[in-house]
Design a protein around this ligand. Structure first.
Ligand code: SF4
Length: 242
């Protein structure tokens, strides 16, 4: 791992760049916070959002796909405008490189919508279409899935030519028809789907249902399969908790 990169979240990403780290969404499954507060504690101290000046010395390779900020949310409401503008300006300096953003607050893309160059992909995480499940299990303090969906529609409306991406990870139980419709409406260039990797005992859908979702989405976009397995409860007698 170079001093500029973090752990690799997506196989299709060639490099990861973390000019800003830290997050206040408090997702119950957050691996970044755990990593920063344990193995990487000596490097980062804690998960307080901050800009890391020396990371701007990074020089991405032409042709690479760089995942920006996998150890925080660059578009969180708490992030100063100047930090985001600096990162966007950086992406403009490397037009041969593609930069992938991923946020749980895509409404903030709107604030910068006219500033994004064509070499960025605007991504959001939408783990489910079910706001009720999100609330019931206290999944995160981030905007609800339905709010992210609506924000991505506005992004599409304002800059239809910019590529969009949806991460359905870690997947939570969903309504098949509604969820498929949401993704079709957003028209992402790619979707990544995977189960939780860290035994968080989330309200997961059964594997068969997830495979149906993948079948439907493959009709309209590229689907990257990540961790696919049975729901943690499928092998146990606890099947009726949802
Ligand atoms: S948005 Fe990402 S970095 Fe922030 S708390 Fe959630 S999982 Fe962690």
């Amino acid at each position: 791992m170079s001093k500029y990169v973090g752990t690799r979240m997506f196989e299709f990403v060639t490099e990861t760049w973390n000019p800003v780290i830290g997050c206040k969404h408090y997702c119950c499954y957050c691996w970044s916070r755990r990593l920063v507060e344990t193995r990487l504690k000596r490097i980062y101290r804690d998960f307080t959002p901050r800009l890391i000046e020396k990371r701007f010395r990074y020089r991405p390779k032409a042709g690479s796909l760089v995942f920006v900020c996998d150890m925080g949310d660059l578009f969180g409401d708490w992030v100063p405008r100047e930090w985001i503008t600096r990162v966007i300006n950086f992406t403009k300096s490397f037009p041969e490189t593609t930069f992938l953003f991923l946020t749980k607050n895509p409404a903030r893309y709107i604030e910068f919508i006219d500033e994004f160059p064509s070499n960025v992909i605007l991504g959001t995480t939408i783990e489910t279409d079910r706001d009720d499940l999100y609330r019931k299990y206290h999944i995160s303090r981030a905007p609800l899935p339905s709010e992210r969906y609506r924000a991505m529609l506005e992004v599409k409306d304002r800059r239809p030519e910019l590529r969009r991406f949806v991460s359905i990870e870690p997947i939570l139980d969903f309504n098949l028809g509604t969820f498929v419709k949401w993704i079709k409406d957003v028209e992402p260039c790619m979707v990544a789907i995977g189960y939780d990797n860290y035994s968080n005992k989330l309200p997961e859908p059964p594997l068969g249902k997830t495979l149906k979702l993948i079948d439907e989405l493959e009709k309209v976009t590229k689907v990257v399969r990540k961790t696919l397995r049975k729901a943690w409860w499928e092998n146990s007698y606890i099947q009726a908790y949802l």
